[in-house]
Ligand binder design. Sequence first.
Ligand code: ZN
Length: 177
Amino acid sequence: MSTLPIRVYGDPVLNQVATEVDNIDGRVVALAASMIETMYEAPGVGLAANQIGVQKRLFVYDKGDGPVVIVNPVIVESQGEWTYEEGCLSVPGMSWEITRANAVHLTGFDLDGNEIDIQTDEFEGRIFQHEMDHLDGVLLIERLDAVQRREAKKLLRAQRVQLTANDPDGLQRLLGE
Ligand SMILES: [Zn+2]
């Protein structure tokens, strides 16, 4: 197992739709292990495969009681509304109040190929929606209103300029190249 660099805002891989996992083989199991390690090191509560540059539909998360891997997740139903402060490892150091559905019904598979069926709400439901967005190529800042998004992009641009000035290789790293 090893940790992997997390792709950040500006990396086109974050705007691409991930494809289904056809076969849960040893490579997928190893990938999930690396994703869990990377998530804990960050630290974060969830990580989607495309955040480390792999366009496959799986994510890992830990809502406080251990790591869970979900392969080929689908949100089959969502209900209600809940506004809560939300950040993203791919938009480091920033967070916003985001309104999403509250209750979520998610299905998928574990690493043994067993079906997963979870009905949940609040924090876990939010993680599911956030990670599903990643797999669909949607980054958190696209959930902001126009004013927030403009402000966020300004801050992100400034961050990038500063990184480049302090460290010529910084931009490359920021872009995950
Ligand atoms: Zn995220």
